[in-house]
Ligand binder design. Structure first.
Ligand code: ADP
Ligand code: MG
Length: 189
């Protein structure tokens, strides 16, 4: 059931002292999975290494443990699967696949610019889940630059409209956790 999660991260091992921008009470509430009952979306926004994927994996793990159908993918992988589906005549099947899970995690929007066709696929996935099922989405780009990522400000606005309609937004900031040890070492030099 957890085979599709990319890392062993859990909400319990998230270090809140390292990420003061994140409200522990809010994450504790999300850990109850109640947001799934109201099809609320969760947006995790922040620079690389600040714990977005960690929290997304932790939320996915909670949902799976609670028995909710959960699927973890990246924006690039979702786009690639939709592209193949279009070529191979499996578009409707693939759209149903991404509509199915109670929780769909879409990791790493914004690291790679999406071609128009991929942006359109992502929009359709968001639109068909709208008001029915939740999305946890991570991105390194503020919502103001989604037009750039998606190559189309109208598609970006329509997608944001649906994602944010019922949503919790967590803004992460600070230095990369990945580089912490590196900084700790160089600080003492
Ligand atoms: P992002 O997705 O924002 O680029 P990650 O979630 O992949 O960052 O975090 C990078 C690494 O640092 C991962 O191994 C993650 O588990 C760890 N990490 C980041 N922030 C924290 C934190 N606040 N507490 C514990 N581990 C963290
Ligand atoms: Mg990440």
């Amino acid at each position: 059931r957890f085979a599709s999660l990319p890392t062993p991260a859990t909400l319990e091992d998230f270090d809140y002292d390292a990420q003061p921008a994140v409200d522990r009470a809010l994450v504790t509430e999300l850990a109850t999975c109640r947001y799934l009952d109201s099809a609320t979306n969760v947006l995790l926004i922040g620079p690389p290494g600040t714990g977005k994927t960690h929290l997304a994996v932790g939320l996915a793990r909670k949902a799976a443990e609670a028995g909710y159908r959960t699927y973890f993918t990246s924006a690039a992988d979702l786009a690639a699967r939709c592209h193949r589906a279009a070529i191979e005549g499996r578009w409707a099947y693939t759209m149903r696949f991404f509509a199915g899970p109670t929780l769909l995690v879409i990791d790493e929007l914004g690291y790679l610019p999406l071609p128009a066709e991929a942006a359109s696929a992502l929009f359709q996935v968001v639109a068909q889940r709208y008001t029915k099922t939740s999305i946890v989405l991570t991105t390194n780009r503020g919502v103001g630059s989604w037009g750039e990522i998606l190559g189309d400000t109208t598609v970006a606005a329509a997608m944001l409209d649906r994602l944010l309609h019922r949503s919790v937004v967590l803004n992460l900031d600070g230095d990369s956790y990945r580089l912490r040890d590196h900084h700790a070492r160089t600080d003492t030099l």
